[in-house]
Structure formats: structure tokens, C-alpha cells
Design a protein around this ligand. Structure first.
Ligand code: AGP
Length: 609
């Protein structure tokens, strides 16, 4: 995924334009560039590396003002992260500059045709063809050329286009990749995502699928891909949801770990009223939910682990058949979702290509679509029949933390709502679980207060060559999530495994060099976990146990221990276990001096396949 930032207005200093782009750096950060125009002059500069380096290469221009500008920060899909492949790309004829987010699936075929027309290519990217394609249709109107060109493109593309012959216009195109326009006194800002414009504009226009915007200094004109005018809808930007500074924390990830008690409190405030669950805005009627027999849940990465936890909880409290799969698998399977089944898609960004594709497949099969998402204007939210907003606020750290626990809290509440409608849970049981959910923010704070101790423990494990994370039942997904957190920010190989599977192979790994994180709250599988830990100890594995303070058995054969508060309903313990695992992963990565907020090769949302 990449970040697009643009401006069209009276004039704005370059330093502010670069600041706007920096707010999108979490989307991709291997190379970046700018094309800017004012009073007959153009500035065009691009670099491999981060925006800070680009800024350093433009120190003498930072106070210059520009009236039209396009900026881009890249996460490489086609072509290495080098200067030549950075955006903007300029057409080899007619001087048209383009920034792109997405993937052009038919770029090779188009490249061949454009070469025959005499167009030259400098980069190995798919994006560069969009500049030459638009140029090939240019006859004096840049918007007309764009209308013609987009009809030839296949794949996902958000584009920003600037023609040197008509520098007073910025053209924006949205197709399967987000773009929004902020309207401010200084003019219009174009951005891939809200964080880039929230401190600049009070209103936003979310481009819809297959829409083209023409930005001049005074106004926005909207068209569909056939050139037909569309209505411009300005929506108020909810400032509360967007704050993108570290507030004294060393990394966004640590800040977001510490924000979890608050965002979970916010979630409970939004979705409960007088201590009862209240999904007032849910567009799935009680009548429909009562009749639901099959639920399919799809997501990627951390969001998939939330799906996994939900499966265990739903099976425990309802008679519904639940199937889960990662979106990249679901979308290519012939899974038998039918009309009326409930299809739940979970996504922090709401722009993950595989999850959107799986959702669209289920939609074609006439399933009801419910999305659980952290971005209100996202593609996922717009494609769904109903949408539960996770009020985590923008999550800047690439490793997902507060979005995960907010997804879990929303899903626990939704499952209790569903079980109540289906009459498969007693009122007492539901109320007792709900009462304990209300205590979670407090319990998480108890774990956060152990951060220094966890950092000491992490030091002892930072040299481990690889990690095994073990859990059972509803904490098997916690083991998967703990392993993902560690590997994606420390680059240490880590695997989450169902503890019951150890004797079927992984126990061969165990020796004195192996680190094993065992998740063993005092639930109905605790005794089984005790046996697992004894088997590991017997083979001199180094054990970090995540357990409750009352546990009298496990400490005697663990090397290190992190305590989490004991719950009456251990099926909600994933909300606590994961905080310990997040802090552990963060401290290990910090000890190794890793680039925690922007790990190599990753991006915050994978909008490409
Ligand atoms: C999580 O730490 C990862 N950054 C990644 O697995 C992420 O969860 C996945 O890409 C899904 O993203 P989404 O929630 O925005 O769809």
C-alpha cells in the first residue's frame, strides 16, 4: 500500500506539504517523491528512502510556496524500492505526472502497446504506464484524457494526476483503492487516508468507487468514469478519531498498547447502555439474526486471530456453525456460503485487498455482510450491509495492537447480543460475562504496570534464535497473535502452535536454545498445559509462562513468568493475554534496536494482493 498526498489551492509551503505526506508514512516508506507547481515553475524530486531524507534534499525549497502539488510515499509492489521506481512518474511525452496506489494488473499488455506508440519507460513499475497511457489520450484536456485512460486500466488504482500544460488542475481517480479530499480555507487536500488531512480540514469528500475529481483552486468537480457529473458530498471529519503523534512514547506501537484500556472503555460506552448491550445502529434485524444458522468469518493477519477467538466464543454460546479462514484462502475457495448466511469481515484498515475480495465473493452468493472495521469511510464499510465501528482511533504502528483488542471487545459483545437473541445463553451468564468485560480495562492496566518487569524478561529472551508460542482452546489464537507480533517487529522466527500438537512434531525442536512462551490461564485446559510445560522443561526448553497469580504448579518449572489477572470467564482472557504478549514483543524488538513502527517489507494495510 502507498500514501498519496496532494494539494490544490492559493499556495502552501513545501514544508507543510511534506508534513502531510509524513502522516501517511505508515502506509509505505521505501521511497517517495513530489511534483509541485507555482507561477510557471515546477519542482520535481524523488528519492529512495524515507520522507525525512527527501526533505533534507530540499532544504533550500522548504519555504517555497506551491499552488498545485502531488506527493507519494511508496511500498514497493513492482520494482525495487529505488529512486527510479519512486513516484511521481512522468510520461515520456506531454509531461504528465502521476502518483498511484494499488496494482495495475494489465500493465504489461498496456506497456507493449504504448511502446509501439513511441512511449519510453524508465522504471520497472506498473504505475509508470498510467502516466504514458493518459498522455496517449491527451489532446488539450487532462480530465478528458483521464476519462479515456481509466477505461483501459484493470486492477486497483487511486491516482493523482498533474499535467504541465494545465497545472491549475489536480485530477484524482479512485478505483478499489481509497482516496479522499479535505476541504479547507487554504484549498483542497488529496489523501489516501484521514490522518493526513485531519489537522488541515474540517470536511472531507470521500471519493466513491470509479469516481474522478477535478480540483481547481475554488472548487471540486466530481465525475463517474463515463464523464457524467456526480454530486459532491462533504462530510464532517470526526477529529476525535484521529490523533497522530506519539505523545511522549518512543514508538506509536507502545503508545497504542497503552491506549487499549481507554479505547476498550470507549467501545463499552458506545455498545452498551445501562449495563446492557446496545447495537442500536446495527442494520441486521433481530428477526434475521434469530434465524442465522451459519456464520463465516474472514480476515487477514491479526484480524484473523480475532476471527479465530470469535469462533471459539460463538461455538460455546450459540448453536451456530462457524467457519473461519484467512481472506487470501477464502477468496479462492468454493466455500458454500448461501443466501442469508452471515459473512463477517474483520479489518483494521478496511482496505485489505484479500478481505475485500472475499467479501465481494460472499456478497455475490447473497450472504449478509457484517464488517468490523476501524475506518468509517473505508471500502469495507461501504461494501457491507452492516458495519460495527471499532473506536480504536487511527493505528499508526504497523503491528496491530489496540485495533485487535477493540475488534475482540466488539466481537464479544456482538456474540453475546447474538446468543441473547437466539436464546442460547442464560440472562445470568450473559450479565456475568458482561460484568467481567467491563473490568477488562482495569485488568489491562495491571498488566501495563508490569512493563518494566516484562522488559527485563524480554532482555533474557532477546538472543533466542526462534520462539514457539503455545496455547490451547481460545488462547490458541493468542499464541498465533503473540508469534505474529514478535516476528513482524523483531524479525525473529516465531511460530504459534496448538499446545496439544506438540507431541505430533514440534517437540522435536525443544532443547536448551529454544524459547517457548506458554499461555496457561487457570481455565479448563490448565492441567493439559501443565503437562506440556513439564515435557518442555524435561528437554531444557526456556519457558516464559503467562499465568494467573494463584497458579501454584507452573512457576516451579518456568524460567520466567508474566502474571495476568484471573478471570471468572477465562474465555475472555485473550483480551489480557495479548497485552502481555504485545509488551514482550515490543521489548524484545526494542532490545534489538528494531524499526518497530515501520518494520521492513511491511505496510499498515495491504491493499494489493
Ligand atoms: C498485524 O500486526 C499486521 N500488521 C497485519 O497482519 C494486519 O493485521 C493485516 O494486514 C490485516 O490488516 P487489516 O486489519 O487492516 O485488514
Amino acid at each position: 500500500m502507498c500514501g498519496i498526498f496532494g494539494y490544490r489551492g492559493k499556495d502552501l509551503q513545501l514544508v507543510y506539504l511534506l508534513e502531510g505526506l509524513k502522516k501517511l508514512e505508515y502506509r509505505g516508506y521505501d521511497s517517495c517523491g513530489v511534483i509541485a507547481y507555482n507561477l510557471g515553475k515546477f519542482l520535481c524530486k524523488k528519492n529512495s528512502g524515507k520522507i525525512e531524507e527527501l526533505k533534507e534534499s530540499l532544504t533550500d525549497k522548504l519555504n517555497n510556496k506551491y499552488s498545485s502539488a502531488l506527493l507519494h510515499t511508496r511500498w514497493a509492489t513492482h520494482g525495487k524500492p529505488i529512486k527510479l521506481n519512486a513516484h511521481p512518474h512522468k510520461s515520456s511525452k506531454k509531461n504528465i505526472h502521476v502518483v498511484h496506489n494499488g496494482i495495475i494488473e494489465n500493465y504489461l499488455e498496456l506497456k507493449k502497446k504504448l511502446k509501439k506508440k513511441g512511449y519510453k519507460f524508465k522504471s520497472d513499475t506498473d504505475s509508470e504506464i498510467t502516466a504514458n497511457l493518459i498522455a496517449s489520450f491527451y489532446k488539450g484536456s487532462i480530465e478528458e484524457a483521464v476519462f479515456s485512460a481509466v477505461k483501459k486500466l484493470k486492477g486497483a488504482f487511486a491516482l493523482g494526476v498533474l499535467s504541465e500544460f494545465e497545472p491549475d488542475k489536480i485530477i484524482a481517480v479512485r478505483h478499489k483503492s481509497p482516496l479522499l479530499i479535505g476541504a479547507a480555507a487554504e484549498g483542497f487536500f488529496l489523501a489516501s487516508d484521514l490522518p493526513a488531512i485531519v489537522s488541515l480540514a474540517k470536511e472531507a469528500v470521500y471519493l466513491k468507487e470509479k469516481q474522478i475529481a477535478v480540483l481547481s483552486a475554488e472548487k471540486i468537480k466530481l465525475y463517474d468514469f463515463n464523464g457524467k457529473r456526480a454530486k459532491v458530498n462533504k462530510e464532517k471529519i470526526n477529529i476525535k478519531t484521529v490523533s497522530t503523534n506519539k505523545k511522549g512514547f518512543k514508538h506509536f506501537m507502545l503508545k497504542e498498547i497503552y491506549q487499549q484500556p481507554k479505547v476498550l472503555r470507549d467501545t463499552l460506552d458506545i455498545y452498551t447502555k445501562n449495563n446492557q448491550i446496545n447495537f442500536g445502529q446495527l442494520k441486521l434485524t433481530k428477526k434475521y439474526l434469530k434465524g442465522v444458522k451459519n456464520i463465516f468469518i474472514t480476515a487477514c493477519g491479526t484480524a484473523f486471530h480475532a476471527a479465530h477467538v470469535t469462533k471459539y466464543f460463538l461455538e460455546r454460546h450459540t448453536n451456530i456453525k462457524v467457519e473461519i479462514d484467512t481472506s487470501s484462502e477464502f477468496r479462492y475457495r468454493d466455500f458454500n456460503v448461501n443466501k442469508g448466511d452471515l459473512f463477517i469481515a474483520i479489518s483494521q484498515s478496511g482496505e485489505t485487498a484479500d478481505t475485500l475480495a472475499a467479501l465481494k465473493k460472499a456478497k455475490k452468493r447473497k450472504a449478509k455482510i457484517l464488517s468490523i472495521c476501524n475506518v468509517i469511510g473505508s471500502s469495507l464499510a461501504r461494501e457491507s450491509d452492516s458495519f460495527i465501528y471499532t473506536p480504536a482511533g487511527p493505528e499508526i504502528g504497523v503491528a496491530s495492537t489496540k485495533a485487535y483488542t477493540t475488534q475482540l471487545m466488539c466481537l464479544y459483545l456482538f456474540c453475546l447480543h447474538l446468543a441473547t437473541i437466539k436464546n442460547t445463553i442464560s440472562k445470568t451468564n450473559k450479565n456475568n460475562i458482561l460484568k467481567e468485560l467491563f473490568k477488562i480495562p482495569l485488568y489491562q492496566k495491571k498488566i501495563l504496570r508490569q512493563n518494566k518487569k516484562i522488559a527485563m524478561i524480554a532482555k533474557k529472551f532477546s538472543k533466542a534464535g526462534c520462539f514457539l508460542f503455545l496455547g490451547r482452546g481460545i488462547n490458541f489464537p493468542s499464541a498465533l497473535e503473540g508469534a505474529l507480533k514478535l516476528k513482524e517487529i523483531s524479525y525473529i522466527p516465531a511460530e504459534g502452535y496448538p499446545a496439544g500438537e506438540m507431541k505430533h512434531g514440534p517437540i522435536a525442536l525443544i532443547d536448551e536454545y529454544r524459547a517457548v512462551v506458554c499461555i496457561a490461564p487457570m481455565d479448563d485446559l490448565h492441567e493439559k498445559m501443565v503437562s506440556n510445560l513439564q515435557e518442555i522443561k524435561a528437554r531444557r526448553g526456556k519457558i516464559l509462562a503467562i499465568i494467573n497469580p494463584a497458579d501454584a504448579e507452573i512457576p516451579s518449572f518456568s524460567n520466567q513468568i508474566i502474571y495476568i489477572p484471573k478471570l471468572k470467564f477465562q474465555e475472555i482472557s485473550p483480551l489480557l493475554v495479548v497485552v502481555a504478549l504485545q509488551l514482550f514483543a515490543y521489548s524484545v524488538a526494542k532490545n534489538l534496536g528494531a524499526e518497530i513502527d515501520q518494520p521492513r517489507n511491511l505496510a499498515k494495510s495491504v491493499t494489493v494482493e
